[in-house]
Ligand binder design. Structure first.
Ligand SMILES: C[S@@+](CC[C@H](N)C(=O)[O-])C[C@H]1O[C@@H](n2cnc3c(N)ncnc32)[C@H](O)[C@@H]1O
Length: 325
C-alpha cells in the first residue's frame, strides 16, 4: 500500500471500530440473527432511526460483515458465530468491552501531555460484565493451547490468579482429571467465574476465592500459579511484588506460568503488542507490554529459575519458571 493510502487508512481507523461496536450495542446483529431483513424493519423492531440504521448497515455491507440483496441484509455466515451471543465462538462481550476502551483512547493526547492514564468513571456492572465475559471470548483458545502444550500431570493444585471468568481453570481441570483449581479474582468477577464453573459442571474441582491479589492473602501450597493477562496491567514494582507473592503461594519446586503479550527487546515487535502497550498506557497506572528480557529479569528477581518460553496463538507467550527454594 502507498504511504498516502496507509496514512489515510490509519487516520480513519476509528470508523471501522465505531460502526461495528455501535451496530452490536444497539442490537443490529442479534436482531438479524440468521434472517434477512430491511433496515426499516430493523429500525422499527429496535426503536432506532431508520435513516441512521440504513446508512450504518450499508457501511457494514460495504466491508462484507453484512450481505445486501436488494433492500434486505443478512449477516455474512462466516462472521455470524462471532457477532451473535451464546455460541462457543462469540466475541460479543469483547466487542462491548472495546466500547469502554474507545472512551479512554480518545484521551491519548492528554495522557501524553500529563503522563497519567485517561480519566474513567467507575466501571458500571454492564461494563464489568463485558470486560470479564470478554476475557472468556479471548482466552478460550489460548487456554486450550496452554493445556495442550504444558504438562500439568504432576500438579494437584493450581491457582489461577486474576482468573476472571475461570476459563483457564476450567480448561486445565477438564484436561487434567487429577487437578483442582482455584480462581482468585475481585468480588464481581468471581461471581461470573462461579456461574461459568457451574455451567461447565466443574464445581467439585474448580472453586473461587474473592480478594485483591495485591493486598490480600492468595493462599498457599499450590503446585502451579497461572498469571494470565495480568502483569500488563501492573507497573514493574507491582509485577515484582505479585511474582514474589506467587512464589510464596507455591510449594518448593512449584511452577509459575506468566502468560502475556511480550515484546522483543527493540519494543517494536510484534506490532500488535507495541500497540497493546498504548492500551495499557491509557488505561492503567504503570501497565505496559513487557519485553521478554524485562519479564525474565523480574521472574529471576522473584526467585524463579529454569525459565523457559512457550509460544501460543495470537501474539501470546507463556514464560514458565520454577520456585527455586
Ligand atoms: C485482563 S483480565 C485477565 C483474566 C484472565 N486471567 C484471562 O487471561 O482471561 C484481568 C483480571 O484481573 C482481575 N484483577 C484486576 N485487578 C485485580 C486485583 N487487584 N485483585 C484480583 N484480581 C484483579 C480482573 O478482575 C480481571 O479478571
Amino acid at each position: 500500500m502507498e504511504w498516502a493510502e496507509r496514512i489515510e487508512t490509519m487516520t480513519a481507523g476509528y470508523r471501522d471500530s465505531c460502526i461495528l461496536i455501535a451496530a452490536l450495542k444497539v442490537g443490529i446483529f442479534e436482531a438479524l440473527g440468521e434472517d434477512k431483513r430491511t433496515s426499516k424493519e430493523l429500525a422499527a423492531a429496535l426503536d432506532l432511526d431508520t435513516h441512521a440504521v440504513d446508512v450504518v448497515m450499508c457501511a457494514l455491507a460495504a466491508v462484507e460483515i453484512l450481505r445486501k440483496e436488494d433492500d434486505r441484509f443478512t449477516i455474512d455466515p462466516g462472521a455470524r458465530p462471532y457477532l451473535l451471543p451464546g455460541g462457543p465462538e462469540t466475541m460479543v462481550s469483547i466487542i462491548g468491552h472495546n466500547r469502554s476502551m474507545l472512551r479512554s483512547w480518545v484521551q491519548l493526547e492528554d495522557v501524553m501531555r500529563t503522563g497519567t492514564p485517561a480519566t474513567r468513571q467507575e466501571r458500571s456492572t454492564d461494563e464489568m460484565e463485558d470486560f470479564i465475559r470478554g476475557m472468556e471470548n479471548v482466552s478460550r483458545r489460548s487456554s486450550e493451547e496452554v493445556a495442550s502444550k504444558i504438562d500439568f500431570s504432576d500438579a494437584r493444585r493450581l491457582l489461577d490468579l486474576g482468573g476472571g471468568p475461570g476459563t483457564a481453570a476450567i480448561t486445565f481441570a477438564r484436561a487434567n482429571p487429577e487437578l483442582k483449581c482455584v480462581v482468585f479474582d475481585l468480588e464481581g468477577p468471581v461471581g461470573i467465574a462461579a456461574e461459568q464453573i457451574k455451567k461447565a459442571a466443574f464445581t467439585d474441582r474448580v472453586t473461587t476465592r474473592a480478594g485483591d491479589f495485591l493486598t490480600d492473602d492468595i493462599g498457599r501450597d499450590f503446585d502451579v500459579v497461572y498469571i494470565s493477562n495480568i502483569i500488563h496491567m501492573l507497573s514493574p514494582t507491582k509485577t515484582l511484588a505479585l511474582l514474589e507473592k506467587a512464589s510464596g503461594a507455591l510449594v518448593a519446586g512449584g511452577r509459575v506460568l506468566v502468560k502475556d503479550f511480550f515484546l522483543a527487546d527493540s519494543r517494536i515487535e510484534p506490532p500488535w503488542t507495541a500497540q497493546f502497550s498504548v492500551n495499557m498506557l491509557v488505561n492503567t497506572e504503570g501497565g505496559k507490554s513487557y519485553t521478554f528480557t524485562e519479564m525474565k529479569d523480574l521472574m529471576a528477581r522473584a526467585g524463579f529459575g529454569g525459565l523457559k518460553t512457550v509460544g501460543i496463538a495470537r501474539n501470546s507467550m507463556v514464560i514458565v519458571g520454577r520456585r527455586e527454594s
